[in-house]
Ligand binder design. Structure first.
Ligand SMILES: Cc1cc2nc3c(=O)[nH]c(=O)nc-3n(C[C@H](O)[C@H](O)[C@H](O)COP(=O)(O)OP(=O)(O)OC[C@H]3O[C@@H](n4cnc5c(N)ncnc54)[C@H](O)[C@@H]3O)c2cc1C
Length: 276
């Protein structure tokens, strides 16, 4: 019997009225009104939802990113592998994780559950993988029975062992995670999980979700900065440009401008010119 698990990702909750919160956060920076006055206008609907939406979409095209930290999402994520979790917890800023413990949880099933990459199935190695997991399960159970604590018994568990997360992440970090992990350079399982997180946000907040893209997306950096070799292998290269192609166009489109390395002259202009 196969004990393969199936990944689940659910948007548990998000901070109430994220569009209004984004509006108020951005507006506070650009208005003589106080945040309380801005909120009075929002609540009394003196500012229409459409106006709020338009204003935010314009702001999201700029580099003014700190207001995005005021929007928060909570996710329940289950049955992802320990290979994935090791990558996921490398994100350090704007995200909080709670992960199922292999110290406090003793896995009691006869055969431990596992995540099986499709490549093992395609290589015809699924049953060997499964047999090894059966042996591992027996040894793990035997160790627990003989008094080895769970925190030590887990040393035989593989990267394929499933785990669960409760995650809180803000919008700024969610954008960054999508930049990196929706790129096909990212490993398939974390890519799939982040795609599911995006789909969950899209279901509830489509206006916000349009910005959750790989870094080459039209609402993000806009071009691929990976190596040209990797770019040519990527299916998105059919619809998104590579950095070198844009540079080439820049050179070709202007008789007078040439891309040159920045020299002291340019640093002086940046430092000394009052109005650019
Ligand atoms: C395709 C791919 C391959 C990878 N391969 C490897 C690998 O082989 N080995 C390996 O160890 N890791 C690897 N990683 C993980 C990678 O190095 C990062 O640890 C991971 O992507 C987390 O992202 P982040 O550093 O942007 O952290 P986040 O917490 O997501 O960072 C958020 C933002 O804050 C900034 N930031 C975070 N911390 C600081 C800080 N201390 N100072 C200043 N700015 C900060 C970041 O620059 C970023 O803009 C890989 C990641 C990807 C996507």
């Amino acid at each position: 019997m196969s004990n393969q698990t199936e990944m689940r990702v659910k948007l548990i909750d998000f901070a109430r009225e994220p569009m209004q919160k984004l509006y108020a956060a951005f507006r506070t920076c650009y208005s003589s009104e106080t945040p309380i006055e801005i909120w009075d206008k929002i609540k009394s609907e003196k500012i229409s939802k459409e106006k709020i939406r338009e204003f935010i979409l314009e702001r999201l095209k700029t580099g003014h990113a700190s207001p995005l930290e005021q929007i928060v999402f909570w996710f329940g994520i289950s049955n992802v592998s320990r290979s994935l979790s090791h990558q996921f917890v490398r994100h350090r800023i704007g995200i909080s994780f709670e992960q199922q413990s292999q110290r406090y949880v003793k896995f009691k099933q006869d055969k431990l559950a596992y995540v099986l990459p499709g490549s093992w199935t395609r290589a015809g190695l699924e049953s060997e993988f499964s047999d090894l997991l059966s042996k591992t399960s027996e040894l793990y159970a035997k160790a627990l029975k003989l008094g080895v604590p769970a925190e030590d018994a887990r040393f035989v568990l593989p990267n394929a062992a499933p785990t669960n997360f409760h995650v809180m992440v803000n919008f700024a970090e969610m954008l960054h995670i999508c930049d990196l992990r929706l790129c096909v350079r990212a490993q398939w399982e974390i890519r799939r999980m982040v795609a599911m997180m995006r789909a969950e946000i899209k279901r509830e907040l489509p206006d916000i979700a349009v910005f959750l893209q790989p870094k080459c997306g039209e609402n993000r950096m806009g071009y691929c900065d990976e190596s040209l070799d990797e770019y040519h292998k990527c299916p998105l290269s059919k619809v998104r440009p590579h950095k070198s192609i844009l540079m080439q166009l820049y050179e070709e489109s202007s008789k007078f401008r040439k891309a040159r390395p920045l020299g002291e002259e340019q640093y002086r202009i940046v430092a000394e010119q009052e109005r650019l």
